[in-house]
Design a binder for this molecule. Structure first.
Ligand code: PAF
Length: 283
């Protein structure tokens, strides 16, 4: 069932809650792929009722990013959701979520701002304000749906860590369920933005996962020094890659690691054909 308004969604959720049913939410921006479907599958298995939100959230895009050209495929998304056993696809308009005029001025919107320590690094460094937009919309979705469980992919690991922190700090009564990265057989992590890549771009994009897999092999062989591990990346990079970062950080606090251990996540971001790609791996 497709629902576009908060009012209608709340009525449906209220009914389910009255019956004591558990509710799972999978927040998405649409353009659903196998990665999203793995989250949806987990949600359908775990919860009595599954709601998938499809909302290209304007306030998490920075100036100059791909808000206008971000793929919007609601009909296909709806079909995929139906086939996967989703009960409701919630697809509100920006006006429904933020009211009139929000795009003209964010000065008239209450934001949820994650701690500076979590956003001054990795993607937050180049995407200033991005995580404020993510936390604000996810907090709104949590308030609208009041789910028991919410499912997020480890592909956006910084986002996942920040959202867990938000839920803890603000005592939001929801359990965040992390879901593993889904990869093509080539190793490429699935992303809605892969659609922007040419065939050659997709081949060049393999460098990201290759670098991560190789670092993990080296780590398993006993190399713990982060500087040495980072140096192994250069063998995979050429002038078709604009590396933005390759960083080793704690899996919960995002603190920088100089010696890798089992709590370390390796994060990578690079532009290929001007498409910004991210990936990560747990050591
Ligand atoms: O990961 C995403 O697709 C988005 O950041 C999210 C969590 C749906 C919020 O808009």
């Amino acid at each position: 069932m497709l629902i576009n308004t908060i009012k209608e969604l709340r009525e449906q959720v209220k009914n389910w809650k009255k019956q004591g049913l558990t509710i799972g939410l999978v927040p998405t921006m649409g353009a659903l792929h196998q990665g999203h479907l793995s989250l949806i599958k987990k949600c359908v298995e775990k919860c009595d009722k599954t709601i998938v939100s499809v909302f290209v959230n304007p306030i998490q895009f920075c100036p100059g990013e791909d808000l206008e050209k971000y793929p919007r495929t609601l009909d296909e998304d709806k079909k995929l959701c139906e086939d996967a056993g989703v009960n409701i696809v919630f697809a509100p308009s920006p006006k429904e979520m933020y009211g009139e005029g929000h795009i003209l001025s964010n000065d008239f919107l209450t934001y949820v701002i994650p701690p500076f320590f979590y956003v001054d690094k990795l993607c937050g460094k180049s995407r200033v304000g991005h995580f404020d937009g993510v936390c604000t919309v996810v907090n709104k979705l949590f308030n609208i749906v009041q789910p028991d469980f919410a499912f997020f992919g480890e592909k956006d690991r910084q986002q996942l860590i920040i959202l867990k922190k938000m839920v803890k700090d603000l005592n939001i009564p929801v359990e965040i369920v992390p879901c593993p990265i889904i990869r093509e057989t080539s190793g490429l992590a699935l992303s809605s933005r892969n659609k922007y890549l040419t065939d050659k771009g997709k081949l060049d994009a393999l460098a990201l996962s290759k670098i991560l897999f190789n670092i993990k092999i080296c780590y398993n062989k006993g190399i713990k020094d982060v500087k040495a591990l980072k140096e192994t990346a250069y063998a995979f990079l050429n002038n078709s890659h604009a590396l933005e970062y390759l960083e080793f950080r704690d899996k919960d606090t995002l603190e920088e690691k100089f010696s890798a251990d089992n709590n370390t996540i390796v994060f990578i971001a690079a532009k290929v054909e001007n498409v910004r790609l991210i990936d990560n791996i747990a050591l």
